[in-house]
Design a protein around this ligand. Structure first.
Ligand SMILES: [Zn+2]
Length: 175
């Protein structure tokens, strides 16, 4: 009988290690909704500032969808779950805790925000900072949610630059 218990425990610990972002979920997740015209995109939010975050997620989502549909003639091509981790800059940049990002590949010393839909299949994970100025926080929300919508609309581009310039344009939508 003891064997079974040990095996189950090992299985669970390997499952939890499969999602590196679980380490960063230090508060209970709450669900939020982004309303974009006639559609609603649900998300799980881990942080203490849902109202503020939700406001900018919505403004930047509308701007992103508008640009993808009207400037790029794209249509939604897939559903991706969305998780928002609202964490400190220390947690975000602690490579022992935040093991999701491919730090060596990023070639950056410090990040302010992050979007990843590769590590956890079917889920887009956004990291935003909770200890920066309100304006930088809002810009980061706008930038990262723009990457999420690029993903949902299968925004394909040969040049990484266009991926970034799109997200930078969306930052303007909240100013
Ligand atoms: Zn970016």
């Amino acid at each position: 009988m003891n064997y079974i218990i040990i095996i189950i425990a090992i299985l669970f610990s390997s499952i939890s290690h499969a999602n590196p972002y679980e380490n960063l979920k230090t508060v209970q997740g709450i669900s939020g909704e982004i309303q974009t015209g006639d559609e609603i995109q649900k998300y799980s939010y881990y942080g203490k500032d849902l109202k503020y975050v939700d406001k900018y997620l919505e403004i930047a989502s509308k701007a992103s969808i508008d640009m993808l549909e009207n400037d790029y003639n794209l249509k939604k091509c897939k559903n991706i779950n969305l998780e928002i981790l609202d964490i400190s800059m220390n947690e975000m940049n602690n490579r022992q805790v935040n093991t999701g990002p491919n730090w060596d590949g990023l070639q950056l010393n410090k990040i302010v925000g992050f979007y990843d839909s590769i590590t956890v299949p079917g889920t887009g994970v956004i990291e935003i900072p909770n200890d920066v100025s309100k304006s930088l926080k809002a810009e980061t929300i706008a930038h990262e949610i723009a990457h999420y919508w690029q993903d949902v609309y299968c925004f394909k581009n040969d040049y990484h630059k266009q991926f970034e310039s799109f997200a930078i344009k969306i930052e303007d939508s909240i100013r």
